[in-house]
Design a protein around this ligand. Sequence first.
Ligand code: ADQ
Length: 457
Amino acid sequence: MTERLVVVSNRTPKPGKVAAGGLAAALDGVLKQLGGIWVGWSGDFTEQPGEPRHLDVGGNEIVHIDLNKADHAAYYAGYSNSVLWPTFHMRPELARFNTDFYEGYIRVNEQFADALLPLLKPDDLIWVHDYHLIPLGQLLRDRGVKNRIGFFLHIPFPTPEALSAIPSHRHLIGSLNAYDLVGLQAKRDVAALEDFASPVEFVRPRRSSGPLVPVTGVNASVFPIGSDPEAFARMAELPATRKAMATFNKSIADRQLILGVDRLDYTKGLPQRIEAYERLLADYPEYRRKVSFLQVAPASRDTIQQYQEITGNLDYQCGRVMGRFAEIDWQPLNYVKRAYGQSTLAGLYRTARVGLVTPLRDGMNLVAHEFVASQDPENPGVLVLSIFAGAAEIMPDALLVNPYDADETAHAIDLALKMPLDERKERWAKLRADIERHNIHAWADDFLRVLREAPRP
Ligand code: ADQ
């Protein structure tokens, strides 16, 4: 029998769509290389869950599950994105706790487990992704699955205090015991998990009156995710990209470009970033008319109230900066609410003199990787990176900032704009080596190798 990889995630790639999420872009290449199937929600609703559908998307076999609309709402907008996302990003005050959410979350995870069961072969390696599917490993074990199962959490792991704010956290984290391997983005995440999983933390498996299980058994390690640096370097140099960027440069009159690229999300630190830019223009007036700040931020999860609110706040903030500094022939800031294809992003990264990646908390942040990958080695831009992004652990040669401190960020932008070519090249060469060492293929290979070798009970 030959080994197959079974990837399971909330969403799977759709034919011909630009994926704005980090996960879709990441796993597509891994599966092409190793072979196997990718199972996830189809994006469609059904009253009565039927048979999963198999399709070919860009050479990968994708298996789609339809979900009941109410269950999906409780699982996705509810538990995953109104409980786990804010809490795991240390914003429990933004969470909405509701028992129905957890019930729906478990029901959808059970549906995933039921759909997977008939597809599995004895030698399959199962790789479950992200916070939407934390209990899936346990639910598969409950159904008798003996395969090796790994789990990777793409977002940060919270401190024990934040985690304790989730009413069902013991069941949830206890279910991590079912995995042969739990992968986390950064050392700080493994430390937080170990902190929580102290000998006093015992959990009772859900729906069972059986014995309490210690959380300490979780086999967790750091696997920092990465990008495909060569692909970004290639895309940044394509003739079509260069042409588009020449036109773009004209539109900003060849001013120095400061760039931010993010999904619109309260974890990405956009208000703080705009405040820092405002501070730069106020305290370093020499940059007025000399720079142009472009923030690309397409809406995401816009059915959730907190996400709707950010748009309004950003519109207000950007308007304020414009009102304060704009001239008839200079627009200090441009805020674009749409997703772009990867080659356009690569072109923008390469055009930028400064890349601002300043999340308040982030599992990794692939934009930081992509920015470095896309630079011109002879004239590289400078990465200003938040100390709260997982990326900061592997990219010490970026200009690291505390994103809450507008003065510090403004100062870093000033340093970046003034940085001599030699220093830019030196820093970039080190960063390029970092992202190459941690590229997406190395990430997948490492995780799967350790999963294959993980000690079994
Ligand atoms: P995200 O929170 O989505 O991912 P990130 O790592 O920055 O964050 O990934 C964003 C991806 O979306 C990048 O590949 C980027 O190119 C793309 N993207 C962003 N803005 C875009 C735009 N305007 N147009 C087109 N594409 C855009 C989660 C975690 C991260 C973790 C990743 C991968 O929150 O911390 O790094 O998963 O594990």
